[in-house]
Design a protein around this ligand. Structure first.
Ligand code: CA
Length: 375
């Protein structure tokens, strides 16, 4: 599969260096480009559904931006109208809406489609899994995109990376904890595989949508919650209800946002139109990583300095127990069917490679640079 991408890169000639091709987009032969450029772009109205509330910082705004980029980059020929969660369909109906052609594009997080395939979380984030740069590397060059294409094609969808929150925090807690024993029975909002892992160490994990969390924390219906990171969490005001903010998050080490395009629509687009959608998604991805990096730092200072938030490191025995259970859960997912097995194998191979490199580069370097920058 990697070889196929390399051949496409070579076949791309003058545009071989563009990020779109490097990301393994299914762009077809380079000759289509001149045909598209000569013929101009057809006027299209495209409906984008999303899994986010309207103007939700970082998430809803990223969907809006992706749509805006497509419209702009096509000189207004491809006009994308965005529907926030609930406007055309509910958040979790976005997938089926695009699969059936009721909508053209969705912007969301792939792990919301876990009911369609247990392998979907690998394309957002799994506990103790890849960071933002690692998942981009796997997707673009390590065979991830080809497997993702194959998985999504089974549902009539063409998928793209279109954002990343970066590393997420471990969450907000009303009372601190120092051991696995302390967490037993506590009601914690954490969706997905992270929630399943928490349940297996004895906590009571609940899945609440974004809009339900604050009220549940305020009323005491839950003892703690994860959401995203300092920037998005500050906006929600969780610090008013819970003062203990745990790091690092084990469950979403670089949560990737995704775009899905109806596959029939995608197959009928010209190379230029495909390149515009691919390019817009990558522009959105780049911007979101930069945005989270910038605003998380600012928000963290505010939480600690202005709101008396207590930062606490996840206890070692808790992390060890979470890691032990994560291994078991991921193996179960990998054994669930053929494509899940192949995705899991590819993911493991890629994280082993990038992890060994990260160990002697980022990991070692981060620990030492504080000598200069007073970190
Ligand atoms: Ca989260």
């Amino acid at each position: 599969m990697v070889e196929m991408n390399r051949r496409r890169l070579l076949a791309g000639g003058a545009i071989a260096g563009t990020a779109g091709l490097a990301a393994g987009c299914d762009c077809g032969p380079a000759t289509d480009l001149s045909a598209g450029a000569a013929g101009g772009l057809a006027e299209r109205e495209l409906k984008m559904v999303t899994t986010w509330p309207k103007d939700f910082p970082g998430l809803g705004t990223m969907a809006e931006r992706t749509a805006q980029f497509i419209t702009e980059m096509s000189g207004g020929a491809m006009r994308v109208k965005v529907f926030a969660a609930g406007e055309l369909v509910s958040a979790f109906e976005s997938f089926d809406a695009v699969a059936t052609g009721a909508a053209d594009i969705y912007h969301g997080a792939e792990y919301y489609w876990v009911g369609k395939s247990k392998a979907y979380p690998f394309f957002t984030a799994v506990p103790f899994g890849m960071t933002a740069t690692e998942i981009m590397a796997w997707t673009a060059f390590g065979g991830g995109q080809e497997l993702w294409d194959e998985l999504a094609a089974g549902f009539n969808i063409k998928p793209f990376i279109a954002g990343n929150t970066g590393h997420q925090m471990g969450g907000w807690f009303k009372r601190p904890f120092d051991s696995v024993e302390d967490l037993r029975g506590r009601k914690i909002r954490m969706p997905g595989i992270g929630g399943e892992v928490l349940r297996r160490i004895g906590a009571s994990a609940v899945a609440l949508s974004g809009g339900e969390i604050y009220q549940a924390l305020q009323s005491g219906a839950i003892d703690g919650t994860e959401w995203v990171g300092p920037w998005n969490d500050l906006a929600f005001g969780f610090y008013r209800e819970a003062k203990y903010y745990y790091w690092p998050g084990f469950h979403e080490p670089g949560a990737q946002l995704g775009v899905g395009v109806n596959l029939d629509l995608w197959n009928g687009l010209t190379l230029q139109e495909k390149s515009i959608i691919d390019g817009a998604c990558q522009r959105a991805n780049h911007l979101s990583i930069a945005e989270y990096g910038h605003f998380n730092g600012i928000a963290l200072e505010q939480l600690v300095n202005d709101h008396d938030v207590q930062l606490r490191q996840m206890p070692e025995d808790v992390m060890a127990a979470l890691a032990r259970e994560t291994k078991i859960v991921l193996e179960e997912i990998g054994a669930s069917d053929d494509i899940s097995r192949r995705i899991f194998e590819s993911y493991k191979e890629a994280i082993r490679r990038s992890g060994e490199w990260s160990r002697i580069s980022d990991e070692a370097y981060m620990a030492t640079r504080r000598r200069v920058f007073d970190l």
